[in-house]
Structures are given as structure tokens and as C-alpha cells.
Design a protein around this ligand. Structure first.
Ligand code: SF4
Length: 105
């Protein structure tokens, strides 16, 4: 059975596919931007800077200071569970530079 659809129907189908593709692309870009985010966690002495896009998931942070790093929780860094010296020593072991710190005092 032949299907006759007016030209406006074809225009609607093609334009809706273009719009859907646009939003799909925006969603991918947004998730990429979210992954690129930089987060900071501070105590009174230092700020830990976390750059997720640099992480190579070696797990050294979790193995070295399991009381601080909880990847399944948010926030995943519990900065109050270690001294600033312990945190700085651990951050210096991060092989990718995803973790860094700045001293506040
Ligand atoms: S030590 Fe650094 S590279 Fe390894 S998992 Fe932790 S943040 Fe990522």
C-alpha cells in the first residue's frame, strides 16, 4: 500500500531528527564539561584541588589514605579525616597531577 505524505510531514520528520541530534550533541558536550570540572576541598590550612580529567585511576590516593578518599560518596574527599601534612604527603604521590594542593597559611 503506497504511503503518501505531504511535504510538510517530511520536513517535520527531518527537522525533528536534526533538533534531536543537536540536543544529543549538547548532552555529550555537557557531560564532557562536567568531567572536566575542577573541584576544591579546604580545611583551615590547605586547599586540595581535584582535576578529574587528569586522573588515571591508579587508586594510590584511596590505598594511601582510605579514611580520606571515598570514590563512591559525594563529596568523595573527606578532607577533615587527615592532617594537612598527611594530605600533602599523599597528594605528592598522585602520579597524574589530578590531585594538587595550595597552602592557605
Ligand atoms: S592517586 Fe591521583 S591518579 Fe591515582 S586515582 Fe588518585 S587522583 Fe587519580
Amino acid at each position: 500500500m503506497p504511503c503518501f505524505m505531504p511535504i510538510s510531514g517530511w520536513i517535520w520528520i527531518f527537522s525533528s531528527r536534526i533538533i534531536a541530534g543537536y540536543f544529543k550533541e549538547m548532552k555529550i558536550q555537557n557531560s564532557f564539561l562536567i568531567n572536566m570540572s575542577k573541584k576544591e576541598y579546604s580545611n583551615e590550612e590547605i586547599t586540595i584541588i581535584w582535576e578529574s580529567e587528569k586522573c588515571i585511576h591508579s587508586g594510590i590516593c584511596v590505598k594511601t589514605l582510605p579514611k580520606v578518599y571515598h570514590p563512591q560518596e559525594r563529596p568523595w574527599i573527606k578532607i577533615g579525616n587527615a592532617t594537612s601534612e598527611e594530605l600533602m604527603n599523599q597528594i605528592n604521590l598522585c602520579p597524574s597531577g589530578a590531585l594538587s594542593y595550595k597552602k592557605l597559611k
